[in-house]
Design a protein. Structure first.
Lengths: 597, 160
């Protein structure tokens, strides 16, 4: 990259592309060319910077200036002011909520200060569509090192020593998984990368594949060497078109460079990778279900044992790891297992990427050392709760996880602690909830998801979750009884104990954890027929206060279902049978004439 | 002419794709992806055709089609409106947006308007959580959608 004196890095992640970052990159390129700087300034479309809340992001190197919420029309000013005259565009710099000063460098931003990026090290830094950029940041060096300097056994020892655990949910030690596959003798073995990120609200795997696809390819080849496999599959959701596009490019480039295929780097080791498309089934994140899906079958899980390491794809030894797990592998090999195990907590080493979303100021991807407190993630990195509201709970682990209340904000996060307080690490979704969220409704939301996604093979999950959902629906409609609450608890416990796979065994978690920490809210729904957060629509209605209404028609005009009647200067009325309780009228009313009861 | 007509030509395209596969073992899902790309959806005739091509029982093919949410057995509208119902969008009001959209078009999620213009789908996370709540129409993403905005978004596509 030495020929250019300046680089304009534009985020090309899905989030920023949704806000026109592609047009922005084109405009920047056009402006650079118009200024006659095409040979001096390079515009690079990178992967996700993680700071999705403030996208699209543009970073200028070597000045290290970080622009946020950049619009395509801002390209001209960035080039004419910053690139040509060396004056950063002040109005595009980041302002911390509640502060006045603008911050120019990303290292100074509270969002990035506490982060430690290992898996996301190259996201937002290199052009994911150019293998040379990956190679320039030590890419494929780890593969070269293991192929030329290490035996597979030594590699397994190294991986076990590092303490890396699976980042997809369960947290099984990666080194042990590889060793099990290596020990099983077979004519054919497989490495599978699980990129079927179905957890709603989690998008770290997609960001890694979009921002740094080669790191995953490299790690898969390394896993192939460790276990004796020569064939790899990446199982990815068809809903991730950009990630697929970049993977296809990356695989092609790696093959051309001789880093995938026959006789890699002249060492006699061969390994190739193929992409397999999922078709939208959450349960396919479970490794046995995923394997059946690759075989072209329904993605239904099977009993373990036999574990895939023994009998997996086409009944051959198979090693399934998740995207983020793979992304950690090359740095571990280059920096040594001691370096990796020095980061994190006693039993959970390294870092974890969390997708921070919901009612938090800074939505985005954050990578933090294990053992960090929830409070630090939500309030320091996340910038606190949106609109100055009160924190209520944080949901981790997606549909398999639980809701953690304020009293546990100072719990250091690792696999064991999260399980202990009734949630789980899962893939790393982290949804922040505030005082306006109804916990019963949130539990119902997750159960609805599980009912949709249950494969139907085992009864506890197929029928049990449906019953849980029905009970929760009754409660949110004000028809619940105290007996329902007992039933929820008992049935939840039974499903956890008896379901076949990870999906069913964890699906009652959202219900059980909210019942444990927010019991009063359940009781309010059941006994008082009241939703304290004002969410459950059956338990509330909007009314016009005749004394306050001046008949300005503002509410009537915004009502999406036209259920408000009334003439100018006359008191309006809401038709309760048509009202969808969206609250638009209340927001539009300037006279406080609409109340929610 | 109905664009979902199952023409000979489309079947031939599918046949050619299957013939080009190096391995038919385990190819069912890939073939169905291709078939949906060609036909737009997977009606019974197409499923039976795929079963014959791959020498599989038709029940197997139907089992797979009905298992995965990506495969549609009904024709889709000209414009597919996806409302993200991922958790991040849900807690920022996606449920209200969906209800409003359903009221506007008079159909439920998963259905198509009688004129074949719009389909509504509730989708699990497009991963643009920073823009929640998100609505996606034909791949174009609308972020931070507020109640009341949905009708103007639909209008854009009615006029085209």
């Amino acid at each position: 990259m030495s020929t250019y004196r300046m680089h304009l890095l534009v985020c090309g992640g899905t989030g920023c592309q949704a806000s026109d970052s592609r047009q922005l990159a084109d405009n920047l390129q056009a402006q650079v060319l118009m200024a006659g700087m095409g040979k001096e300034v390079q515009v690079v479309t990178t992967g996700c910077f993680g700071f999705c809340e403030k996208g699209p992001i543009v970073k200028v190197l070597p000045d290290n200036i970080f622009y946020v919420e950049v619009k395509p029309a801002d390209a001209e000013e960035i080039v004419s002011e910053h690139v040509l005259k060396g004056r950063p565009v002040n109005r595009l710099l980041y302002v911390e909520p509640g502060m006045k000063e603008r911050i120019a460098e990303h290292r100074e931003m509270p969002f990035y200060k506490k982060q430690l990026r290992i898996a996301l090290r190259n996201c937002g830094f290199i052009d994911p569509e150019d293998i040379n950029e990956y190679i320039s940041v030590d890419g494929y060096q780890a593969l070269g090192k293991v192929l030329t300097e290490m035996t597979p056994d030594a590699l397994l020892v190294l991986m076990k020593k590092s303490g890396l655990r699976g980042r997809g949910g369960g947290g099984f030690p990666t080194g042990l998984k590889w060793e099990a596959a290596a020990r099983n003798k077979s004519d054919k073995k497989y490495i599978i990368c699980n990129a079927d990120e179905g957890d709603p609200g989690a998008f770290m795997d997609r960001s890694i594949l979009e921002g740094d696809p080669h790191s995953v390819l490299e790690a898969m080849a390394i896993a192939g060497y460790a276990t004796g496999a020569d064939c790899g599959y990446i199982y990815i959701r068809a809903e991730y078109p950009l990630a697929i596009h970049r993977l296809v490019i990356a695989i092609g480039q790696a093959r051309q460079a001789g880093l995938l295929g026959e006789n890699i780097l002249g060492t006699g080791f061969s390994f190739d990778i193929e992409i397999k498309y999922g078709a939208g089934a959450f349960v396919c994140g479970e490794e046995t279900a995923l394997i059946h899906s690759i075989e072209g079958e329904r993605g239904e899980p099977t009993n373990k044992p036999p574990f895939p390491a023994e009998s997996g794809l086409w009944e051959k030894p198979t090693c399934v790891n998740n995207v983020e797990t793979f992304a950690n592998v090359p740095p571990i090999i280059l920096n040594g297992p001691e370096w990796f195990s020095s980061i994190g907590s006693e039993k959970s080493k390294g870092t974890k990427v969390f997708a921070l979303a919901g009612k938090v100021n800074n939505v985005g991807l954050v990578e933090v050392p294990m053992g960090i407190k929830l409070r630090e993630i939500i309030f320091d990195i996340g910038g606190g709760i949106k609109d100055g509201k009160k924190f209520k709970s944080v949901q981790t682990g997606g549909p398999s996880g639980g809701c953690i209340p304020a009293e546990h904000l100072d719990t250091p996060i690792d696999y064991e602690n999260l399980t202990r307080i009734g949630s789980m690490m899962g893939s790393g979704g982290m949804i922040v909830l505030d005082e306006d969220d109804c916990m019963v409704n949130v539990a119902k939301f997750y159960l609805e998801f599980t009912c949709d996604e249950s494969c139907g093979k085992c009864t506890p999950c197929r029928v049990g979750n449906k019953r849980l959902h029905e009970i929760l629906t009754r409660i949110t409609e004000g028809k619940g009884t105290m007996k329902d609450l007992d039933n929820l608890k008992e049935l939840g416990g039974i499903i956890k104990d008896t379901a076949l796979c990870g999906l069913g065994q964890t699906s009652p978690n959202p219900v059980l954890s909210t019942m444990k920490y927010f019991w009063d809210e359940y009781v309010a729904h059941v006994v008082d027929k009241r939703c304290p957060a004002g969410v459950c629509t059956a338990l509330l209605s909007y009314y016009v206060l005749p004394d306050n209404c001046i008949g300005c028609t503002a509410c009537r005009r915004v009502c999406p279902v036209s259920c408000i009647s009334g003439e100018v200067k006359k008191v309006h009325e809401i038709d309760q049978t048509k009202c969808i309780k969206c609250g638009a009228c209340q927001k539009a009313c300037k006279f406080g004439a609409i109340v929610r009861k | 002419m109905c664009k979902n007509a199952l023409t000979e030509e489309k079947f031939r395209e599918l046949d050619a794709y299957v013939a080009s596969l190096p391995e038919r073992k385990g190819a069912l899902i890939a073939v169905l992806h291709k078939a949906q790309e060609i036909f737009g959806y997977l009606p019974e005739e197409v499923q039976l055709h795929v079963a014959r091509l791959l020498d599989l029982p038709a029940a197997n093919v139907y089992g797979v089609v009905s298992f995965y949410s990506f495969f549609a057995e009904e024709p889709r509208g000209d414009h597919v409106i996806n409302v993200c119902m991922g958790t991040a969008c849900f807690v920022r009001g996606a449920e209200i947006i969906l209800k409003e959209l359903e009221a506007d078009l008079g159909i439920k999620a998963g259905q198509t308007t009688p004129d074949g213009l719009f389909s509504i789908d509730a989708l699990r996370c497009v991963g643009a959580c920073g823009l929640a709540p998100v609505v996606m129409v034909d791949g174009k993403v609308y972020g931070r959608v507020k109640p009341g905005e949905i009708s103007s978004i639909i209008k854009e596509f009615m006029e085209v």
